[in-house]
Ligand binder design. Structure first.
Ligand code: ZN
Length: 362
């Protein structure tokens, strides 16, 4: 029994996303969502998941999407970010099924944090989803994130609900954030001088549930529990994944749920967390954990090591320690050194899967 017994292979949408998350909750594992910025990073992630026989989430941030389209494209009115996210989505859809040979596997296509100033980006992706839906009866993406956690709670919840109403006819999954993830990601940093904002109270989580659940069941909540984007020296903010158990219990009691885990929770800012902290979060109903910082560093490692080791072969097109006429093309070809970055990223993705209990889950 595995994920492929309950969902079809390929990019998942609609009820199949929910089935995957239900299965993960039931079997106490979570799926890493890896930030990608290029076809190279997407390919490394797909290869890692395919070889480990696991479902995987590919996600594009607003800045990552703009990079995907190309730094030469103007991002006025989020045009590059919209284009890049769509290009990335089509890339994943085009190649994913071929990675699934001989063993089929599944992918969730997601977009990351979208704060208030970036909403035109989300609007553009939703327009692409609606156009794709007309033709294929499913949205282009599996899911999106809206993140109005820096706004007032009232604005956050009501605006999220409005966007969720637009998603619902396509059964498009929506992730939202309440409370603040500290640190900086994708050029957006939060003032975390008010430490209490780093721990979302259960009442707030329930308020989100009350607003969204009448619209559709396809939503997840990134509640803050002292998590921080990026890797820093240990500070005075303590990661408290046990708080997530409190949210599940509180909502269960409010709605008389049969399930002990009525919420789909998402773990942001997980880089640098201990394996025990991750395990506790997963046991409390976290179904998705974002991984960006650690896979960024991993991608660099392979490239850096190659350049350092082969530096005498990379100084000129011709001439290296084996002879002054020896050609260096097989060292400076981007397919050689970029591939080294893909290999180290591949390993880090597999470690993320292992940390989350997502190995051989297909
Ligand atoms: Zn995040």
């Amino acid at each position: 029994m595995g994920v492929l017994d309950i969902v079809p292979a390929g990019v998942l949408t609609g009820d199949n996303v929910k089935k995957l998350f239900d299965y993960a909750k039931e079997h106490k594992f979570a799926i890493p969502a890896i930030n990608c910025t290029s076809s190279s990073t997407v390919n490394a992630v797909l290869e890692a998941a395919r070889d480990q026989k696991t479902p995987i989430i590919i996600q594009f941030s607003q800045g990552g999407s703009a990079f995907y389209a190309g730094k030469g494209v103007s991002n006025k009115d989020q045009q590059a970010s919209i284009l890049g996210a769509i290009a990335g989505a089509y890339h994943v859809r085009a190649v994913a099924k071929h990675y699934g040979v001989p063993v089929p596997f599944v992918v969730v296509l997601h977009s990351d944090h979208c704060g208030r100033p970036l909403l035109p980006w989300l609007d553009g992706m939703l327009a692409a989803d609606e156009a794709y839906f007309k033709e294929h009866n499913e949205p282009l993406f599996s899911s999106h994130m809206i993140d109005l956690s820096a706004e007032t709670k009232e604005f956050n919840i009501s605006t999220t609900a409005e966007y969720f109403k637009r998603c619902a006819p396509m059964k498009l999954w929506l992730e939202m954030e309440i409370g603040i993830t500290g640190g900086e990601e994708d050029g957006v940093s939060h003032d975390t001088s008010d430490k209490s904002a780093l721990y979302t109270p259960s009442e707030d989580v329930y308020e989100v549930y009350q607003a969204l659940s009448p619209i559709a069941p396809y939503f997840s909540i990134a509640a803050a529990f002292g998590n921080v984007h990026g890797v820093y020296k240990p500070g005075n903010v303590v990661l408290s994944p046990q708080l997530l158990a409190g949210h599940q219990k509180y909502v269960k009691e409010q709605i008389n749920s049969e399930s002990d885990y009525p919420l789909y929770l998402v773990f942001h800012g997980g880089s640098g967390s201990t394996e025990d902290e991750i395990k506790e979060a997963v046991s409390n109903g976290v179904v998705k954990m974002n991984v960006d910082t650690d896979t960024q560093f991993a991608y660099l490692e392979g490239v850096r090591n190659f350049v350092q080791e082969k530096k005498d072969y990379l100084a000129s097109q011709v001439g290296n320690p084996t002879g002054e006429d020896s050609p260096n093309k097989k060292y400076y070809d981007p397919r050689v050194w970029i591939r080294e970055g893909e290999k180290t990223m591949y390993s880090r993705v597999q470690k993320a899967n292992a940390d989350l209990g997502n190995v051989n889950t297909l």
